[in-house]
Design a protein around this ligand. Structure first.
Ligand SMILES: Cc1cc2nc3c(=O)[nH]c(=O)nc-3n(C[C@H](O)[C@H](O)[C@H](O)COP(=O)(O)O)c2cc1C
Length: 350
């Protein structure tokens, strides 16, 4: 009998698939639809107070090759709804979902850490089962010394995390930005400060493209543009490496996110060290209903491979990552470059 449930930082989720923080968890209707469709849980769109404002428009862009989505850019900020609206939202969410599915509430304060503490207590009082501290948003917020600005400074990650952890009773996880030199060192600081787990990764800073006829960077914000957050398939390799590094160098439990577009992507994240996985961009394109198919496929895979629980797969592939020097010793110099390129041209994985 296959068991898809997971214990993530002391909280039980019916399955490892979470809708990550973003537009598809931005109001009670969406969150309730996700849970009813069979998702294991949700991370609520990041809630804030002093930094809440309207995002620029347009705020999305897509990079496609042969109609396939390679990468997605957003200039979206945290929620545009003020705290009193979320007060009502949380009441609806808790009364509709009750205790059946855990709710992770993502928060972001301003540069003053006391606002993070205030928001953390606010969320706990309203029934959050876990907190996710958004130290990862790469646009808009860093200019205000929050979001990825915190995630890029190990000392700030330690300080803000410690303040929040000592102020609430529920587990705290930290969402990390990949835009750092060594993500595992930042994760270590979160662990030292008492975080139970981390979410990796938030979006990767980038620009989705340029309209060369008009020399216009995209998305076109009234003739200008900015550096946005890149998500979707292009960032999966970055996310897998981040999760593997954190898994190998800390005892934190990990929620893996970045480019999960099918159930196999999710298994890859689990095998690199994730206990739960999150999807955002794909839910924006496809909605929530596909999750029953993903769960069915995952169960069939686990049955075929003899895995009884998600925990049996966590980190299996990460354990096979080795330093270059080790790879030099075990390498068999059988293939040449031309042969390798044939493999690369034919399919993604050699
Ligand atoms: C439009 C959009 C809005 C997002 N808003 C948030 C947010 O409010 N808080 C947050 O922590 N991450 C936010 N993210 C980042 C996602 O949670 C996720 O880390 C990232 O998109 C990578 O996952 P994906 O490739 O499945 O989208 C957002 C992503 C997108 C695409």
């Amino acid at each position: 009998m296959i068991d898809l449930s997971v214990n993530f930082n002391g909280v039980t989720f019916p399955n490892p698939f979470l809708v990550g923080s973003g537009p598809t968890t931005g109001n009670p209707q969406k969150i309730i639809s996700a849970i009813r469709a069979g998702w294991g849980g949700v991370v609520v769109k990041t809630i804030g107070d002093s930094i809440v404002r309207k995002a620029v428009r347009p705020m999305y862009g897509a990079f496609r090759k042969n109609k396939e989505l390679i990468a997605f850019e957003n200039l979206e900020l945290i929620t545009e709804d003020p705290l009193d609206v979320w007060d009502k939202y949380m009441r609806i969410i808790k009364s509709e979902i009750g205790k059946s599915s855990p709710i992770i509430v993502s928060i972001m304060g301003g540069p003053d850490y006391s606002e993070w503490v205030k928001l953390a207590r606010w969320a706990e009082d309203r029934g959050a089962d876990m907190l996710e501290l958004n130290f990862g948003c790469p646009h808009g917020e860093p200019e205000r010394k929050t979001g990825a600005f915190i995630g890029q400074h190990a000392d700030l990650v330690y300080k803000y995390t410690k303040e929040v952890v000592s102020s609430v009773g529920i587990p705290v996880i930290v969402k990390l930005t990949p835009n750092v030199t060594e993500i595992s060192e930042i994760a270590k600081e979160a662990e030292n400060a008492g975080a139970k787990g981390v979410t990796a990764i938030n979006t990767v800073n980038g620009i989705i493209g340029v309209d060369i006829e008009r020399a216009q960077p995209l998305p076109d914000v009234n003739g200008y543009s900015g550096y946005g957050g890149i998500s979707g398939p292009a960032i999966k390799p970055i996310g897998l490496a981040a999760v593997s590094k954190i898994y190998s160098s800390t005892s934190l439990q990990i929620s893996g996110v970045g480019g999960i577009f099918d159930w196999k992507d999710a298994v890859e994240y689990i095998m690199m060290g994730s206990t739960t996985v999150q999807s955002v961009t794909y839910t924006m394109i496809k909605g929530f209903e596909f999750i029953s198919e993903w769960k069915k496929e995952l169960e069939l895979f686990m049955e075929r491979k003899g895995y009884k629980a998600i925990e049996d797969m966590v980190g299996l592939a990460a354990k096979k990552i080795r330093p270059y020097e080790f790879l030099e010793k075990v390498t068999k110099r059988r293939t040449n470059v031309d042969e390798e390129m044939n493999i690369v041209r034919g399919e993604i994985y050699g």
